[in-house]
Structure formats: structure tokens, C-alpha cells
Design a protein around this ligand. Structure first.
Ligand SMILES: [Zn+2]
Length: 255
């Protein structure tokens, strides 16, 4: 094949390919990347903040005037249908499993708001098991359930927290002092009272109980409850719609 060198050299002069590539393409590419990043961020925020936003508005309305919505409160001891757990306190379920409070955050349990002052609203065991309270625990207890009622042979743990005032004065029952280990309790046993302890006296949380169903590490110990991967969706345990992806906007009630 004959190569027409003069044609090729003319072509390279008429189309300044290098110049177009260097100046225009990266600019367009950068714009495209920036656009894609904005769309991704917007989608992320939309998904995270949309999930549960209607429920959050109802929760705040309830907390401003708890007497206004008695129909949204669940009652201590209630058992929904044939669910294995009883409801462990009085109040409105304001935040549920896998709700997000900020980008990247995933709530590992459920938050039940009494709408009362601290130290007033009782908290009881949702299911029988063996209660422990570690030495440093001011507001928390954990109950080992050797035989998961939903999966025979599996051990799970049920964690209850925020049972103290902002300064860390405990509202846990004197039956379970810090250092308590493996004390058997029946469902309905008084564990303590709802509080607002957050660990920071200047920033207490709203008065509520946080409950979560925690995975075992396979060696008879509970895993780190702060990671959602270490918890189970509590919905089937309580017989309530407690999964934020399945229940995006209602306050959970027995069906
Ligand atoms: Zn919580």
C-alpha cells in the first residue's frame, strides 16, 4: 500500500488533534465527573433523608405535646400477634432499625420515646434470658437469650440503653448493680426507667429507650452493638414494622 505522506501531514495540520485533546477533552471530562458527583450526592441525600422523614416529623410533634397523640403510643407488655417479644416500655417508636440520622449512619435498634420526664417510665425485659451489666455501664443492660425464638439453636442478645440521666446517674433497677453477671430474668421483669443519658452531660438525648437485638460472636460473647451488621432486624421479634427500608414513613403499631 502506498502511503500518501503529504496528505497525512496536511491532515495533521488542519485538525489540531493534540490541542483539542489537551484543552477541550479534560474540561468536558471534568464537567462530566463533577455532574456525576453532584447527582450521586443528591441521590445519596435523597435516599437517606427521605427514609423516615414523615415518621420523624410525627415523632417531633408527639414530643412537643405527648398528650396529643395517645393513639401512637405502644403500651408496656403488649404482644403483637404471635411475636415472641413483648413491648418493653410505654411510648412512641420514633426511630427504627436502619433509620439514618446523618449521611452514612445506620441506626442499629429502635428508639421508644415515653414523652415523660426521665426516671419515670418503666422498662421491662422483652424476653427471658440472662442479664449482665458490665462494671462501667451506667445506662445499659444486656440479656443473653441462649435459644433464639426465631431460629432454634442460635444465641442472641437483647440490649437496653439510655436508662440514666445526663450526668450518668443510673435509673437501672437496684436488683442489677454494675458488675451483675448472668442473672436470670423473666419477660416483664423491671429493668429500670427511661432516661436521656448520651455520655455527654451537655448534650443529652430525648427521653427514650433504645433496644436492639445483637448477634453473638460465635464464642458466647455479644458483638459490638454500634455496628448495624452486628444486629438483627427486630421486626419479627416484636411483630412490628421496624425496618426503615420496608416501613419508610409510619409510626410502628401492632397490625
Ligand atoms: Zn437508638
Amino acid at each position: 500500500m502506498q502511503v500518501n505522506w503529504s496528505y497525512l501531514s496536511k491532515l495533521s495540520q488542519t485538525i489540531p488533534f493534540q490541542a483539542v485533546y489537551n484543552a477541550e477533552m479534560p474540561k468536558r471530562l471534568a464537567l462530566l465527573i463533577a455532574f456525576a458527583a453532584i447527582v450521586t450526592a443528591a441521590l445519596y441525600l435523597f435516599i437517606n433523608y427521605r427514609r423516615g422523614s414523615a415518621r420523624t416529623l410525627q415523632t417531633f410533634a408527639f414530643l412537643r405535646d405527648p398528650a396529643s397523640r395517645p393513639d401512637l403510643r405502644m403500651i408496656n407488655g403488649t404482644q403483637c400477634d404471635s411475636a415472641p417479644f413483648i413491648f418493653p416500655t410505654d411510648g412512641l417508636v420514633g426511630f427504627i432499625w436502619d433509620d439514618s440520622f446523618r449521611p452514612g449512619h445506620r441506626h442499629q435498634g429502635i428508639d421508644i420515646f415515653a414523652g415523660t420526664d426521665v426516671g419515670v417510665t418503666p422498662v421491662v425485659a422483652a424476653y427471658p434470658g440472662y442479664l449482665s451489666r458490665e462494671l462501667g455501664w451506667k445506662s445499659s443492660v444486656i440479656i443473653r437469650v441462649p435459644n433464639d425464638p426465631l431460629q432454634a439453636g442460635r444465641q442472641i442478645w437483647v440490649y437496653y440503653t439510655h436508662m440514666a440521666n445526663p450526668q450518668g446517674n443510673s435509673f437501672i433497677s437496684p436488683d442489677f448493680p454494675a458488675g451483675t453477671s448472668e442473672v436470670y430474668v423473666e419477660a416483664g421483669t423491671l429493668l429500670g426507667y427511661q432516661g436521656n443519658y448520651s455520655g455527654d452531660p451537655n448534650n443529652p438525648v430525648g427521653v427514650h429507650l433504645h433496644v436492639s437485638v445483637v448477634k453473638d460472636d460465635g464464642f458466647g460473647r455479644f458483638t459490638n452493638e454500634l455496628e448495624i451488621e452486628n444486629t438483627y432486624d427486630p421486626s419479627p421479634y416484636f411483630g412490628l414494622p421496624l425496618n426503615a427500608y420496608e416501613n419508610t414513613d409510619t409510626i410502628p403499631m401492632c397490625e
